[in-house]
Design a protein around this ligand. Structure first.
Ligand code: ATP
Length: 430
């Protein structure tokens, strides 16, 4: 097409209720595509676009620009793919939002609580996108919903290996997603719930309790309800974890994306007053390889330390003496029941704090900084169920001098001395 402002672009005319899907090639950090709404109205995953503003999307982005009324969009740069689709489940998603909004209105009238919604389904069905859409629509009509992120592999809120909750006060930014200020974050320690399912369920209950307390004190939060994003593990203990989540959060609605068996199982196993709804996935959701997921995780940790796009953070690197901190791993390796000390169960071992002796193998591990210090036995017991105040990465270990070097978002000293080790490692290539 004719270069207007010097840059070549491609123009797309979208009819009503269609979407333009495009992807930016991953791998090359300099790759980017700019998108501009020229006429009409459109939205990206529930957030409205401003006309004549250029939005920039970096490598690996997979975007859908949807229009209810029809619009024209320009793409600048070379997207890996770009096509218009008429076949989208957006109308069904909007109807879902309308039904949830009805429940909020009723809650307001009857002085009750708003809908608690759990979004479930296998990997790559667009769970996170549906959560983002429903949250943005809710906040656009003046609600204050809470986002609960239980996907420990691909967290939209904090670094991988955590579960968290976030109060949503404005729609997601088109380029950057939700503004993550003051989230409540708990340490899980690995990227799949299966490594310690007891801990995973325990943390789900912790979040549910804090959310319920907040609802008691804050009417808007109570009416707004919550949208819970879950992991794509829907069999065995993964399925049990979903049932546990539904019960501990007392969810009213379960949205099952593209999985009929899971839908039938949940209908069978959840109480009859829980509305279980089967929704199709969008054809636009792109399958992501293991490698791609690993890269996204790495990127999330890099963002935590170095910032994102316009906002640069400057992390600190300093030495920490082994004697100044206490490092724990949550959960002892499982041993046969017959070998457990008298009166102890497997549950106890999975939630146990196991001291870690610092050694060279600590290098590159991500450590959570617990918000409580292990002053006495009672404090130690509460560590597992307490939120964290941040993360550091071990970059070097010197066993001779008993010192380790860490990468930290804040200058020395560490705010607390109790550190929890993750299975997750981060190599700082910057
Ligand atoms: P996970 O397996 O991590 O739980 P998920 O089910 O939550 O994945 P999403 O993260 O919502 O899936 O979506 C996967 C990718 O597909 C994301 O990069 C998202 O931006 C993209 N995507 C979602 N919907 C569309 C669409 N309609 N058109 C184009 N891309 C889309």
């Amino acid at each position: 097409d004719a270069p207007a402002s010097g840059k070549p672009f491609t123009r797309f005319d979208l009819e009503k209720e269609t979407e333009l899907r495009f992807e930016v090639e991953a791998g090359d950090a300099s790759e980017q595509v700019e998108m501009e709404l020229v006429t009409g109205m459109a939205e990206v995953f529930g957030s409205e676009l401003n006309r004549n503003k250029k939005y920039t999307f970096g490598p690996g982005s997979k975007i859908a620009v949807f229009t209810w009324q029809g619009c024209t969009v320009n793409l600048y740069g070379k997207p890996e793919v770009a096509y218009v689709s008429k076949d989208t489940p957006m109308l069904l998603y909007l109807n879902t939002h309308a039904a949830l909004e009805q429940m909020r209105k009723q809650a307001e009238r009857d002085n009750e609580r708003g809908p608690r919604v759990m979004v479930v389904g296998p990997t790559d069905v667009g769970k996170s996108t549906v959560c983002r859409l429903l949250l943005s629509y809710a906040v656009r009509v003046g609600r204050r919903p809470t986002f609960v992120e239980l996907d420990v592999g691909q967290s939209g809120v904090s670094v991988p290996g955590t579960v968290s909750a976030l109060c949503i006060e404005r729609p997601a930014d088109v380029e950057e997603g939700f503004s993550v200020q003051a989230p409540l974050v708990y340490h899980f320690g690995s990227t799949t719930p299966g490594t310690n399912i007891k801990l995973y369920n325990k943390l789900t209950s912790c979040l549910a309790e804090v959310f319920s307390q907040r609802c008691e004190m804050n009417r808007k939060a109570s009416v707004g309800g919550c949208i819970i994003n879950t992991c794509g593990w829907v069999k065995g203990s993964g399925y049990q974890a979903l049932v546990h989540c539904a019960s501990t959060f007392q969810v009213d609605v379960v949205l099952v994306l593209d999985h009929e068996r899971l839908y039938n199982e949940l209908k069978r196993d959840l109480p009859h007053f829980v509305r279980v709804v089967l929704l199709p996935k969008s054809g636009g959701v792109v399958e992501r390889s293991k490698e791609c997921r690993r890269e996204t995780r790495d990127e999330k940790i890099r963002e935590y330390f170095y910032g994102f796009r316009g906002i640069s953070f400057f992390p600190f690197s300093y030495e920490v003496r082994f004697s100044d901190v206490r490092i724990y791993k949550i959960g002892a390796p499982s041993i046969p029941d017959s070998c457990l000390p008298l009166g102890m169960s497997q549950d106890d071992t999975q939630l146990k704090l196991v001291p870690v002796t610092p050694g060279r193998d600590l290098t590159y591990h991500v450590l959570s900084v617990s918000s409580v210090d292990d002053g006495d036995e009672d404090a130690r017991k509460s560590i597992v169920e307490s939120p964290v105040c941040g993360f550091i990465v071990v970059t070097q270990v010197d066993t001779q001098t008993q010192v380790m070097k860490v990468l930290s978002p804040a200058p020395r000293p560490l705010p607390r001395h109790t550190l929890l080790i993750m299975d997750i490692r981060f190599m700082d290539m910057k």
